[in-house]
Design a protein around this ligand. Sequence first.
Ligand code: ATP
Ligand code: MG
Length: 206
Amino acid sequence: MSAPEEKAKRHKKRMQARKKIVDEGVAKALEERGVVVLYTGDGKGKTTAAVGTVARALGYGYKVVVAQFIKGVWECGEKYLLTQLPEQRYRLEWHEMGTDFTWETQDYEADKAAARALWEKALAALRDESVYLVVLDELTYALNFHWLEKREVLEAIQGRPRGQTVIITGRGAKQYLRDIADTISEMRPVKHAFNDGIAARKGIEW
Ligand code: ATP
Ligand code: MG
């Protein structure tokens, strides 16, 4: 057998072994239900991973509700794209805290009221069987700042319709969120351009 033939044979064997492992895993995964996905950590990629999943679900015609627990109006390209999709075909609701309050104003009660108003919208989605995916973007802040009541949030997520998936994003997710999550990815900042003095880039960072 020639060297390239040997190599091809070895590759085929490796692929067969890998396929066996994958097939065994697929055979074991029999439960059909929505999951809780948590994207946390200090590295870049949490919100963009959530929004990528929004595109994925919408692509199949599923109904999606996004709630962004960020102070003030957060500019981001994905919002401008996704909220302009034709409504007859793509079922998306995009909610924000929508206050005029920015990091500068520091009005705790006003922030809390805005977060609670947004939570009511998220809660409606978490009770709605027709919603396939709920994204609670930056929810960790709303909890860590005590804008929302932890128990109420956990109960609503755990009591959601069986087929519904929830994605939570934000830095500093506490253990109680890790406990209810089925899938957790921790974004680890190996390097970030910002720390080398490179300005945040439109269409890349927001
Ligand atoms: P992205 O929206 O790019 O997926 P993220 O959701 O993981 O980022 P956040 O903690 O929500 O990150 O950060 C808010 C802003 O800071 C975004 O513009 C994001 O791109 C940027 N960012 C994220 N991680 C870092 C980092 N390690 N250093 C500097 N800026 C960051
Ligand atoms: Mg984010």
